[in-house]
Design a protein around this ligand. Structure first.
Ligand SMILES: N[C@@H](CCC(=O)N[C@@H](CS)C(=O)NCC(=O)O)C(=O)O
Length: 228
C-alpha cells in the first residue's frame, strides 16, 4: 500500500494534490500527517522526504517526492490519472505544469487556510494578472472538453493540481467569469474535497508563520476551525 507523507490539511496546498487525486480515483493509500512545526520543518521532513518537503509518496520503501512527479508515478500504474485522449492529455499536462511553475502571486498573496474567510487587501497587479490567466485557462479547458472538469467529464490530475485554488477562492472570495465561475464550487462539492475540508476544520494546530501569511493577505472575517 502507498504511504503518503503530508502536512496539515488546513494549510498544505501541495499535500492536497496527490491526496485528492488518489481519493477521487479510489487508489488505496495510507496517509501520514506530520504537522508543520514552529520554525523550520527541514530537519523533521528530511527524516522521511529527500527534499525536506511534503508531499512525499513511499511505494514499497521507494520515495517519490514533488506533487507533479507523484501524479506521473501514479499515472504509470493506474488508469484515469490523465485524460485518455492524447490532445486532452497534452492540454491537461500543460495546464498542470503551468500551475506548478507559475501563479506565484496567487500562491503568495492568497495562502491556503481552508477554514478561514478573509477580506483581501487591495490586489497587486501581479495577482490580478494571475487571476485573469487562471480564469482564461479554466474557461479554455471547460469549453474545449465540455466540462464539468477541466479536461472533460472526469476528474483527473489537472483538477487535483487546481484543487487548492478552490479553497483559496472560498477563503478569499475570488471570483471568475464565464464557465469558470462554477468550477471552484464543482471541486469543493466532491466527496474527497469535503472529506479534506472537514478534517482541516477539525485540526487544532496553529503554525505561526502560516497564520502570519494569512494575516498579511487581508482581514480575517471568520474562522471555522476547531479552537486551538
Ligand atoms: N513543488 C513541491 C512543493 C512542496 C512544498 O513546498 N511543500 C510545502 C508544504 S505545502 C513544504 O513542504 N514546506 C516546507 C518548507 O518549506 O520547509 C511539490 O509540488 O510537492
Amino acid at each position: 500500500m502507498y504511504l503518503l507523507h503530508m502536512a496539515n490539511k488546513n494549510y498544505s496546498s501541495w499535500s492536497l494534490r496527490p491526496w485528492v487525486l488518489m481519493r477521487a480515483l479510489d487508489i488505496p493509500f495510507e496517509e501520514r500527517l506530520t504537522p508543520f512545526p514552529t520554525g523550520s520543518s527541514w530537519e523533521l521532513y528530511r527524516s522521511f522526504s529527500p527534499s525536506g518537503r511534503v508531499p512525499c509518496l513511499i511505494d514499497d520503501g521507494w520515495a517519490v517526492w514533488d506533487s507533479l512527479a507523484i501524479a506521473e508515478y501514479l499515472a504509470e500504474r493506474h488508469h484515469g490519472v490523465w485524460p485518455v485522449e492524447a490532445k486532452a492529455r497534452a492540454w491537461a499536462r500543460s495546464a498542470a505544469a503551468e500551475m506548478h511553475s507559475s501563479f506565484t502571486a496567487l500562491r503568495g498573496d492568497c495562502p491556503m487556510s481552508c477554514g478561514v474567510r478573509v477580506k483581501p487587501f487591495p490586489m497587486s497587479d501581479a495577482l490580478k494578472q494571475d487571476l485573469f490567466r487562471l480564469g482564461d485557462l479554466w474557461n479554455d479547458g471547460l469549453a474545449r472538453f465540455g466540462g464539468p472538469f477541466l479536461a472533460g467529464a472526469h476528474f483527473t490530475a489537472v483538477d487535483a493540481v487546481f484543487a487548492p485554488v478552490a479553497f483559496r477562492a472560498q477563503s478569499y472570495g475570488l471570483v471568475f467569469e464565464g464557465a469558470a465561475v462554477a468550477y471552484p464550487a464543482q471541486l469543493l462539492a466532491l466527496p474527497a474535497m469535503r472529506e479534506w475540508y472537514a478534517a482541516g476544520l477539525a485540526e487544532t494546530w496553529r503554525e505561526p508563520d502560516h497564520e502570519a501569511e494569512v494575516a498579511a493577505a487581508g482581514t480575517v472575517l471568520e474562522d471555522f476551525r476547531a479552537s486551538a
